[in-house]
Design a protein around this ligand. Sequence first.
Ligand SMILES: Nc1nc2c(ncn2[C@@H]2O[C@H](COP(=O)(O)OP(=O)(O)OP(=O)(O)O)[C@@H](O)[C@H]2O)c(=O)[nH]1
Ligand SMILES: [Mg+2]
Length: 780
Amino acid sequence: MQLCMQEEDLHGDQEGLTTFTNKMLVRSYFDASTFNNTFQQIQSILTNDLEDYRRIMRYRFVFLGNSGVGKSSAIKCMLNNPPIIKAVPEVGPPSIHPQTSLTTVDDNTQSKGDWYKAYVQFVDVETAASSGSQGSSLLGSLNPLNVFSSQTKGVADPAKIFAELVDMPGDKNFRRMLPPTLLPSKNAVYCILYDLTQSFENIKAHIEAELVFLHANVARTYPKTVGGDAPRVAFCLLGTKRDEMREKSELSVVSFLNKLVTALGDVFFRLRGEDTAGLICIGNFASSARDWAVTSTKGDRGPKTFRDLVQFLGIVASQLYPNTPTNLLPSSRDTASHMTYMLGDEVVENAVEKTSHLHPVQQRLRKGLITLLTGLGREQKVRWLMSESEMRKLVSEHLGIDAETQFGAMCINYVIREIAVRGIISVVPNAIIEPKYLPRAKDDVAGPNKHPRDGIIILDPQRMYLFYSLFAAPGVLPKGGSAASPTKPQDTKASHFDPSSLARVSTTYQRGVMQQDVLEVLFSKFTAYFNKDIKLVSEFLAVAGLGISLKSEATLICPGHIQSRISKCLTEYIPYLVSLHGDGLGRRYRLNAATPAFFARLQTVLIPFAIAPSREPNFLKLMWSDASLLVLDKMRLKWGIFGSRRVKDAVMQAAGTPVRGILKLEGDLLFIAITAKGGADSSTMMNVCRNIMDAIHTEIGILCSRFQRGVKAQFQELTITGYAAKRQRMEEGIETVLGRHEVPLTEIVAQRNLVGSFANGREIEEAIHQLRPEFCDDEE
Ligand SMILES: Nc1nc2c(ncn2[C@@H]2O[C@H](COP(=O)(O)OP(=O)(O)OP(=O)(O)O)[C@@H](O)[C@H]2O)c(=O)[nH]1
Ligand SMILES: [Mg+2]
């Protein structure tokens, strides 16, 4: 602080503000006018610090909803005052990139208990000093810093609550790519928008999908043993375009809102389960961007304008997620606030806000947290990445804790996690802040718990959103090389790529395969951050869970990008061939919250068996967004650097018995069927399959517990037997299955010949490679 530097020779600076001011007061030769001047500086520094702190700990309102529901319009209404002649605010074309805007609302609900939310009140120093008993007590002198806005004297600034409005693109691909770690689970209110002019059933289905998405991505619970809690994930429902509804009277709108909530009860309670934590609904509104008006079921007591709504959300958020330093530390027994640590107990009237009873170490931690956060805020302005080890060092320095001790390691981890779940930073891979990796004390370094690599701390999650939206862009990029596209990115600042140059690059992008040249164009502006090292970018994408890296191949495989869906024909034909192939196992998993991202992630884990990291047309043909042909064969191990070790080990153990299968997602159901090649005795086939199935099962479990915490899976199993008998009727069988899908007879004959007697073990892939493309995909 500039102030302290100035006074250093007189008072020294190390003791902190309270001692410092105390010392000043006992010096008789101290010049009162200097003191008063200094005081104003103290005031302004504190105000700035407090504001910085609040800004960093801002609440986030994340807008979700299909393209065109009016997210961008609603945000415009929230940020501006209504125009004189009310009209729908002008918005650009569909948003491609997420955009954020910062706003503040006044917290006028504050009581003495929440005094830390109040602004430092600017009262003239002269008057305050003359009214008090001249310099007798520190408290008297500090009166100008009166923060009790509920007191009647003076005009107190109400507290400001900072809120960031995050406008998410409605694009489905973006959602599919977005890693759950990017979405905050604390300090966030998810606003689910829906179009009131649509049918009730559509609206219901849409909101359900959003709730599933939220639940799968955001619900993170940590056991109490590691100091965790189950965050409440707040969401509100906001119907748009009320002005275009057929029945738009207040009464019918309100009854519509109530009806909706009743209808959603089912899915809501299914997702929430037994927990009292998890999803909570904090509001249910209808709105019209044309009238700039909001309607709620609370009638006059609820928000009536968009500004009111922001105000309402801000206040609810601030009550739901307290932001005092204590809330970011493992033990939360005291309630002291930011200001107490900055000013000292003397100015605090409310006993629960005092800190002096705390152990000095605890006090130190809390004070350190404030400097850590404001420090992070400064870092965010100059760079957007730092290494995990640097972050850990930073925390340990600010908080004064020894990272080598168990408690220290736990504490550092806890703090980083709390900062991350509030969306202040994000971390990749997210495992680095998982309690599982605790403790990371010194004697553990060589042990198996040590994470194999240093993680990355992203200081600017906003830029990460951009990054992912770039990556997810194929759906909105011009197809067929036309440069003049109606879907130009609407904001040049956000536009980090140039669609026309991407269109010039030959690409298999749409099929989840990205070549180096495409990556270069796509990330031309981003590579600057990585010293133009494209390999590093791809490595980064791999760490971020987006695909597998470019090591031997010049391609990046990213299942999240795969667009085409498996055809109806193959959905029948592959399982049929698999059942001819040998005996084995089938499972049907029921997922409580199945998201496409979950499936893409499972495909990534199962590389190279589900998807071969290769650009050969034969392999490209077998890439679908909702299904995978599983080739659990030793020959796939040539891509041995990718995918799950566990599954690879199981395949290794199967030795010479090739295993084939299919993986398919249908709604909430995930089907897996695998069979070992017939010929061996039945128990060998079963053992091989069970082994591999167990490995896949473990991977599904890990995905549920780590990647998408809200997802739970239950399965039913059945055995697949009698392949020999089925083979005898194979000729007719193939004809029946393929004939149903209008595959011509010549092709059916060719298929029969290819499959033959399953002698070489690769018949299934080869048969499907040979099938004409129109029978393989159903384009979306
Ligand atoms: N009449 C009426 N039109 C609205 C309202 N809200 C939005 N619109 C119109 O709906 C269209 C889509 O609105 P946007 O705000 O761009 O939708 P969005 O949700 O941001 O869409 P994406 O960016 O594609 O995700 C625009 O033409 C808006 O003018 C409303 O309350 N009433
Ligand atoms: Mg938009």
